[in-house]
Each structure stands twice: as C-alpha cells, then as structure tokens.
Design a protein around this ligand. Structure first.
Ligand code: AHR
Length: 363
C-alpha cells in the first residue's frame, strides 16, 4: 500500500515538475547514472518494489563540488536494486526551501527512510518533527543539524577538527620553512553550513592562539566560480599583503588558482603563497602532487555504505544504531618535510601524495 501511494504521488510530482519546466533530471545526473532515472522515482515506481525492497528518499545539498558528485555517486552505488533498495533522489541545488519541500514529499511518498545532508545547520526542527510524526526515521549525513535531535543517526566528518588540523599543519610548516609572519586570506564555504562553521572555527582556534593575521574571510559558496570571484577581489584589494590562502574546499581552490594565475601571484611549494584546501578529491590530490597545493585536508564523501551497514541494516534487524558515526580522514601534503602533526592532543600522520596514493584514489 505504501508503495502504491508512493507510485501515485511520485507520478503527480513528475508531472508537476514537468509542468514547471524543472531541469531536475539534468542537474542531478551523476556520472554513471542514466539521465531521467534518478531525480524522479518514475522509472522505479512504475515497476513497484518487490518483497522487502527498502525505499529511501535522499535530499542532497546540490552539485556544487567534486566532493558532492562523489557523495551522490556513493548513494547510487549503495541504494540500488542490487542491494535491495530503491532511492528517490532530490538535488536541492543549495536551496534550503527545496530541501525542506523534498522531505515533505518523501513523507507523502511513504518512504521507509529519509537521508538528509542539510544545506544549513539550523532551521530543521519543524520538518524533522513532521518526519518523526509520520514514523519515518531520518538519517543525517555529512553536515550537521544543530537545532534538532529528531533524527536517528548522523554519519559524517568532524569539520572543526579539519580546521584545527589545517591550522596545526600551517604552524608546523611555517616553522620548518622559517616563515615568521603569516598573513592569511580565507575563502569560506556556504554561509550557515556546518562544514563552513566548523572549518572556520577550528582554524581560527589555532590562528588566535598563534596570533596570526587573518586579513579577510569571505564565502565562495563551495564552488569554483565562487572561489575565483573571491580570490579576484582579494588579489585586487590585498596585492602583496598575503602569503597564505585557505580555501574551504577543493573547487574554491581551483577557482583561486585561476585568479592567482591571472593576477601573476605565485603559489604552492615554489610560490609566494601557501595554498591549502579541504576535501581531497582526486583532482586536488593531483595538484598537491604537482606542488600547486601545499596541503589538502580530507573530508570523506562516502557516507552511503555506513548509512546502509551501520544504520539501516541495524534498524532492519531491530537494533538501535549509534547516534553519531564518524568517518576516518587523511591529511595530504606536497612535501616530505613533516611526518605528523598534533591535533587536539593526538599525533596524526601526514601523507605525501605519490603516484601510488593517486592511483588508489576512487574519486
Ligand atoms: O559538506 C561538505 C562540503 O560540502 C565539502 O567540503 C564541499 O566540497 C561540499 O560542497
């Protein structure tokens, strides 16, 4: 019955979206997924689920970065018919209202589980209450919800630790290179996202302790275009005044590189500016190996297998999953002058990017 209701509502949604000219199917197509099958459940719903198929609704942030593409692909790799799932996927295109609407549609469709990667850290209690009242477990991935506990589990990364790690690495690196003064520009992620808040806070903890000069800190919205735009304005406003650029994701770093190239600013191992990013997508690790990025702090996008094994399968077996599940991450560097850094009292290895490291990188 639940599946029949889902079919009917899904078809209504498909026609409604078509009537609005919504380009959803194009925007959300991951590399290996045929267009038109993933954003609307139409293809799946016309062949109703058999037996114990688990219907999952996934409200994704958008498609702003390489990291996000890997996260979406990870969901398709796990929540498919081979593994006993059907997935209704919504790309919210960094629009919080679209994401809230997606959750409400999932309730109407009667999905078995909702997966939410929240664009912003707050503003969720009302809709999560609605999910709870509908009896649908919500699993949060990646970014956190900071104003509601009405979810079963969260699977993700410790963004504050990532920011602290970047700061501790910069301190150790500057000492090793005898760089006495650090004048820092930060390109932040999307405003209000917990990934932005955590990385900003963690890095600032070290910067404040060390008395570094953070000249400016502006949002590049986690996109390449945003990173380029912010860096272009930094190059104009602060020419010759900075020697560190911290980009809160890889795509912003790609944009910052273009802007610095155009402005004649040198960066990386042989340049005037120390360049750092977060995520560690394969393209960025290639830049680390080339010495264009000095360091890159991983944020793991592959939450889907954890959601499957450690949350949904536990619940299907009648158990209670952990409320918080942290994924492990690695700190990558271009040079072999430092072996490790101490982050929050714990010694953590630094991994130099080699051919072997790159070859083993899946995304
Ligand atoms: O929430 C994770 C962040 O969001 C990643 O660092 C970034 O690339 C993505 O857009």
């Amino acid at each position: 019955m639940k599946k029949f209701l889902a079919l009917a509502l899904a078809l209504v949604m498909v026609f409604a979206l078509a009537a609005c000219g919504e380009p959803a199917t194009e925007e959300t197509t991951p590399a290996t997924e045929p267009a038109g099958e993933e954003t609307t459940p139409a293809g799946e719903e016309t062949t109703p689920a058999e037996g114990d198929t688990i219907l999952v609704g996934f409200a994704q942030v958008g498609h702003e970065s390489d990291w996000r593409t890997a996260s979406t692909q990870s969901a398709y790799d796990v929540f498919n018919a081979d593994n006993g799932y059907e997935m209704v996927f919504v790309d919210a295109d960094q629009d919080v209202q679209k994401q809230i609407e997606a959750l409400r549609n999932f309730i109407q469709q009667g999905v078995d589980y909702i997966i939410l990667d929240p664009i912003q850290a707050t503003g969720w209690d009302q809709v999560l209450t609605e999910c709870e009242e509908a009896g649908i477990p919500v699993i949060i991935i990646d970014r956190t919800v900071d104003d509601s506990d009405k979810y079963i589990s969260w699977v993700g990364s410790d963004f504050t630790t990532e920011g602290v790690a970047a700061g501790e690495w910069l301190k150790a690196y500057a000492e090793a290179k005898n760089i006495e003064e650090l004048n820092i520009l930060v390109i932040e992620g999307s405003v209000g996202a917990s990934a932005t808040l955590g990385r900003t806070e963690g890095f600032k903890q070290v910067a404040d302790r060390e008395g570094w000069n953070i000249i400016a800190s502006q949002s590049g919205d986690f996109t390449e275009a945003g990173g380029q735009e912010v860096m272009e304005s930094y190059c104009q406003s602060y020419a010759g005044q900075f020697n560190v650029v911290i980009c809160q994701n890889d795509n912003e770093a790609y944009g910052a590189i273009t802007a610095m190239d155009n402005a004649g600013v040198t960066y990386g191992v042989d340049g005037d500016v120390i360049l750092v990013s977060f995520d560690a997508a394969k393209t960025a690790l290639g830049l680390v190996q080339e010495g264009k990025l000095n360091a890159c702090f991983e944020c793991n996008p592959l939450a889907a297998p954890f959601v499957d094994e450690d949350v949904i399968q536990v619940m299907e077996a009648g158990g209670t999953p952990e409320k918080e599940i942290y994924m492990t991450e690695t700190w990558f560097v271009a040079e072999d002058i430092l072996e490790s850094i101490t982050v929050n009292g714990e010694e953590m290895p630094l991994v130099q990017v080699t051919d072997e490291v790159l070859a083993g990188r899946a995304y």
